[in-house]
Design a protein around this ligand. Structure first.
Ligand code: NAD
Length: 269
């Protein structure tokens, strides 16, 4: 999509991290943005940042409390979207919300495992189910689903269990690749893409103490997390020009570095 001005976008997980930055960039280009999150406070901070960016006059930014793993909450979000944005058309859908947790299939409580899977995969699936009908009403549409490098490289290394997240992110990648073909056959004005970010220093990484420590160590303090986060840094890969094999090789290298650079115990963090 070359022109965002006057278009309508939905961003899930707009309260922090990549969803926040995405909402900011879209609004700065005059795109009307409806974001959802589980935290109203964080969405209010995103809106304050958008206002500081001074988007073009008339750009509408709305916030909606919705848990993406709950279809009834997404349906309410869609209803609010249509009322508050005053449209029945959607051009951009970013299924971005995600969480960590439920790493060990053996040891972690089933509820925790299913929570991660249901947010990371269910959120994408239900996001598409809920908002695709509004894209059918528009002249063009683009669905962007967020997977992860863990969508083609499941393991985070020999010390870290990561089963729910990897299962969900593989599902997001497989579904989106198949959706591309489905849309070409059924609704060719709609495109779909999957994004597979490397490690980016957002709260999902900072909060994931098992990923950072590789242990079931006691809760880290906020200061510990900040120190560990500073050590991990921003490690995203720009994969736009690369072949799948090159991306896999880079992802493997990035994981090796991640494991070497991340503290291995809570004490070290
Ligand atoms: P983040 O934690 O900063 O942002 C995630 C946002 O989603 C938060 O605002 C959170 O409140 C919201 N959210 C969580 N559960 C939700 C739910 N059930 N319903 C609605 N909103 C919910 O993390 P981020 O790094 O910006 O992550 C964005 C996406 O990128 C996620 O899907 C994540 O899995 C993926 N990703 C992140 C990294 C990374 O290293 N940061 C790497 C690969 C993929």
């Amino acid at each position: 999509m070359k022109e965002f001005t006057g278009r309508f976008a939905v961003v899930t997980g707009g309260g922090t991290g990549m969803g926040r930055e995405l909402a900011r960039q879209l609004a700065a280009e005059g795109c009307n943005v409806a974001m959802c999150d589980v935290s109203q406070k964080n969405m209010a901070e995103t809106v304050a940042l958008i206002e500081e960016d001074r988007p073009p006059q008339g750009t509408r930014v709305t916030t909606h409390i919705a848990d993406v793993s709950d279809e009834s909450q997404l349906q309410r979000f869609r209803k609010e979207f249509e009322e508050q944005q005053q449209t029945d058309k959607l051009h951009l859908l970013f299924n971005n919300a995600g969480i960590g947790g439920g790493g060990s299939f053996v040891n972690d409580p089933r509820e925790e495992w299913e929570r991660t899977f249901n947010v990371c995969w269910g959120g994408v699936y239900l996001g598409c189910r809920t908002f695709l009908p509004l894209m059918l009403n528009a002249d063009e549409g683009h669905i962007v689903n967020t997977s992860s490098v863990n969508g083609f490289w499941a393991s985070l290394g020999p010390q870290v269990s990561h089963t729910a997240y990897a299962a969900a992110k593989f599902a997001v990648k497989g579904f989106t690749e198949a959706l591309v073909t489905d849309l070409r056959l059924t609704a060719p004005h709609i495109k779909a893409s999957v994004v597979m970010p490397g490690h980016i220093g957002t709260s999902i990484v900072a909060n994931s103490r098992k990923v950072m420590t590789g242990t079931d160590a006691d809760e880290l303090s906020g200061e510990d997390i900040e120190r560990a986060r500073a050590r991990i840094g921003r490690m995203g890969l720009d994969t736009a020009q690369l072949t799948d094999d090159a991306i896999r090789a880079l992802a493997a290298e990035q994981h090796r570095r991640f494991l070497e650079e991340a503290p291995t115990t809570a004490a070290e963090a």
